[in-house]
Design a protein around this ligand. Structure first.
Ligand code: ATP
Length: 211
């Protein structure tokens, strides 16, 4: 089973890494792939280039067994739609179970994603739960959850796609927005992200840091 963790990673930080590891362990994933979005379709454009964000992910997971980074969204023109990424992975990998990992905030925005109803046919969806955030009871997202939700982790390994599972993970109030703001204000974000990533930010003079 391969887990897919998409994001902007502007920059990658310990909440991404810790939650990814917890999902990897709970699902016993053979591989967890980070997939940086080259041109994220539904948000302001990142400050670091796609190549820099890919480099930062690579530095962050350098010594971590089973974690990899996949740069395929940098090779496509136009907005980085997850449906295209999943279709290309499916073509390449055949019938292996794929697990798209989403934060609960990302799940709530899912109906705005390009061709979002195709996603569950291409991968399982695992949602990292956040206490206090409630799912809508009506509407197309509620329908998707009702139709696909399972409580059985073992079901995921038995089929290539089609199940939805909610997993509890440690709650870490770290965000890339906050890290960028600290850097721009001249404050250190150390211990919120790996030192290797922070060193790279300084080398590349990213986020308003002087080189
Ligand atoms: P920004 O602050 O720039 O919006 P971010 O820190 O939220 O960035 P993204 O790259 O947009 O990071 O997030 C990628 C994925 O990681 C999303 O699915 C998001 O839900 C999840 N994620 C981000 N921060 C956290 C966190 N603190 N805890 C759990 N999941 C998170």
């Amino acid at each position: 089973m391969i887990g897919l963790f998409g994001g902007t990673f502007d920059p990658i930080h310990y909440a991404h890494l810790r939650t990814a590891l917890e999902v990897q362990q709970q699902l016993e994933l053979a591989e967890l792939r980070f997939i940086p979005a080259a041109i994220p379709p539904h948000r302001p454009q990142p400050l670091a280039s796609a190549q820099q964000r890919l480099d930062m992910v690579r530095l962050a997971i350098l010594d971590q067994p089973g974690m990899t980074v996949d740069g395929r969204e940098l090779e496509r023109e136009g907005p980085s739609y997850m449906v295209d990424t999943l279709a290309s992975l499916r073509d390449e990998l055949g019938e292996v179970p794929l697990v798209l990992i989403l934060g609960l905030d990302a799940l709530l925005g899912l109906p705005a994603w390009h061709q979002w109803t195709r996603l569950i046919g291409l991968a399982h969806i695992v949602v990292m739960e956040r206490p206090g955030v409630v799912l809508p009871e009506q509407g197309e997202l509620a329908e998707l959850v009702r139709a696909h939700r399972t409580e059985e982790i073992t079901r995921l390994a038995q089929e290539p796609a089609g199940a939805m599972l909610f997993l509890p993970v440690s709650q870490l109030a770290i965000s890339a927005t906050d890290i960028r703001a600290r850097l721009a204000a001249g404050a250190s974000p150390r211990f919120l992200l790996p030192d290797a990533v922070l060193d790279y930010i300084h080398e590349e003079a990213l986020y308003g840091v002087s080189g």
